[in-house]
Design a protein around this ligand. Structure first.
Ligand code: NAD
Length: 520
């Protein structure tokens, strides 16, 4: 029998971690019914997928709470936009310092609420620290261009200004890093932020908010530069429809993006959408197979298949397919499943029962399409943790890229297909509605460059000899097609959080008109 922690133990750990981060809940709170009064709306359970039971209860934000929060963020913005960007960067530096101090507390909450193994939860908090460092540097690098004017005595330049209040809506599977990508950059750009975390991870939301409030207080900055609102999609919808919100940055499913995008566009607001992926890796004949198999297994089975960049489709050269599949199945059989906080466990739970049901439905559909489930798909620990959903990662050999393969099922299913020449493999890679991450394993320079070229992968992320998941913050993150087209995190993604003004300055005594127009 595998041992799982009790609901009481998980509750106490959550309370302690929240308390350490500065959330108003005392470690002495009695076990049942600890309520964190975050808003004046209905109560909502925070559950842990580790055993599928309640951790705590939070109160959600009512429409009146949301209205008040947006008003406060709007007021704070009028001051914040005039604060010099490097001074804004100081708050983000302080946040980064607090994240270093509370790395383990936040990672504990990520594991408790999202079910990530400890190493991945710590990695997610490290990603927050990294983006804070990046944003602090960025606060002195919000560069605009100066262009040559066609008119004598004139100067042409562009200036970047903050857009205003930014709503950040996030998914359960990266409960803290995606918030940090958005918030660290939005704050140095001079925006204020209202965050609606996933309804499945409200506690990490409260902890991050408390840390940022502490950073703001330490530097005597109004804490309304950031506010958290809690609840389900109705709470996010209030932000989506609010004219006071200049930018809605929303991360989640394609279904969510389909609803949010048009609503924000209808009021001519800006949206930044980071939606689902259906990521493929191609294994070419020249690939280093030891390396490829390691990369494939981490990307496909890691995080129990619950990353937007999870590897879901493997496109293997027909000459290697049996060998590669055997190696992957062998590796899968050696993966340890269980309590994500236990040493040696590599695969934790699915977030909830509906994920498990969706996984079973996808496997049934794959079988009906002629797929052969080579391993995985079974529920485990149902006796020890009857309300949790642990499942063995599945490998399915498919005769073709059928309709179920073209869908994102947010669970660990790796569909394997074969190809004869690279053009066919690239066509398969691109023949799905989503366009997030892709990879090619090869040691052939021509193949690698073709995959990265305009005629290659159509995804926002295209990698060589590395899996599809586990991006660094330095690059811009996001994807094409139904993935939404947004870019966040590094490179010049900051431009999404600012508006550009083009300025023409006449320092002459004349008034020449552009294009030689005369008006006298
Ligand atoms: P989800 O779409 O169910 O929810 C995401 C967030 O959107 C939640 O906060 C939810 O309350 C809110 N929401 C849902 N419907 C809404 C609506 N109609 N209007 C406004 N807000 C709404 O997603 P999830 O199950 O939490 O996360 C998994 C999904 O997120 C997967 O599809 C995954 O690929 C995607 N994801 C994408 C990225 C990326 O960067 N591209 C990153 C992480 C997760």
């Amino acid at each position: 029998m595998t041992a799982f922690p009790s609901a009481e133990e998980l509750h106490d750990r959550a309370v302690q971690a929240l308390h350490n981060c500065g959330v108003d809940v005392t470690p002495e709170s009695v076990f049942t019914g600890t309520i964190i009064p975050a808003g004046s709306g209905d109560p909502m359970e925070a559950r842990s997928p580790i055993i599928g039971e309640e951790l705590l209860i939070v109160t959600t934000s009512s429409p009146a709470d949301v209205d008040e929060v947006v008003a406060a963020a709007t007021d704070a913005w009028t001051e914040w936009r005039n604060t010099p960007a490097p001074v804004r960067g100081n708050v983000v530096r302080e946040l980064g310092n607090l994240l270093r101090e509370h790395k383990e507390d936040l990672a504990t909450l990520v594991t408790l609420e999202a079910g990530k193994i400890t190493s991945e939860a710590l990695g997610e908090v490290q990603e927050m620290i990294d983006i804070c460092d990046f944003a602090v540097g960025l606060s002195r690098q919000l560069y605009g261009l100066t262009m040559a004017s066609e008119r004598p005595g004139h100067r042409l330049m562009e200036t970047w200004h903050p857009v205003g209040v930014t709503a950040v809506v996030t998914a359960f599977n990266f409960p803290v890093a995606v918030w940090a990508w958005n918030t660290a950059v939005a704050l140095v750009c001079g925006n204020t932020v209202v965050w609606k975390p996933s309804e499945r991870t409200p506690l990490t939301g409260l902890a991050c908010d408390a840390l940022l409030a502490r950073a703001a207080a330490d530097l005597d900055v109004p804490d309304a530069i950031h506010r958290v609102v809690l609840g389900r999609c109705e709470v996010a919808e209030l932000l989506v429809d609010d004219d006071r919100i200049a930018l809605v940055s929303a991360t989640g499913s394609v279904r969510m993006g389909r609803e949010v995008g048009p609503r924000v566009a209808a009021r001519f607001g800006r949206s930044l959408l980071e939606l689902g992926g259906n990521n493929a890796a191609i294994v070419a004949p020249s690939a280093d197979l030891d390396l490829a198999v390691r990369g494939i297994v981490f990307s496909a089975a890691g995080t129990a298949g619950q990353r937007c960049t999870t590897l879901r489709r493997l496109i293997v050269h027909e000459s290697l397919a049996d060998d590669v599949v055997d190696r992957i199945v062998t590796a899968y059989r050696s993966l340890t499943l269980g309590d994500p906080e236990s040493d040696g466990v590599l695969v934790g739970p699915l977030i909830n029962e509906s994920s498990y049901v969706a996984m079973q439905a996808a496997l049934d559909k794959a079988r009906a399409d002629g797929g052969d489930v080579l391993c995985g798909g079974e529920r485990v620990f149902a006796d020890e943790a009857p309300h949790a959903f642990y499942v063995t990662p599945a490998v399915v050999r498919m005769p073709a890229q059928t309709s179920i393969v073209c869908e994102e099922t947010f669970a660990p299913i790796l569909y394997v297909m074969t190809y004869a020449d690279l053009a066919e493999a690239i066509a398969l890679n691109n023949a799905v509605p989503q366009g997030l991450a892709s990879a090619l394993f090869t040691t052939d320079l021509r193949e690698a460059e073709t995959f990265l070229s305009a005629a290659g992968s159509d995804c926002g992320i295209a990698n060589i000899n590395i899996g599809t998941s586990g991006a660094e913050i330095g690059g811009a993150f996001g994807g094409e097609k139904q993935t939404g087209g947004g870019r966040e995190s590094g490179s010049d993604a900051w431009k999404n959080y600012m508006r550009r003004a083009t300025n023409t300055i006449n320092y002459s005594r004349d008034l020449p008109l552009a294009q030689g127009v005369r008006f006298t």
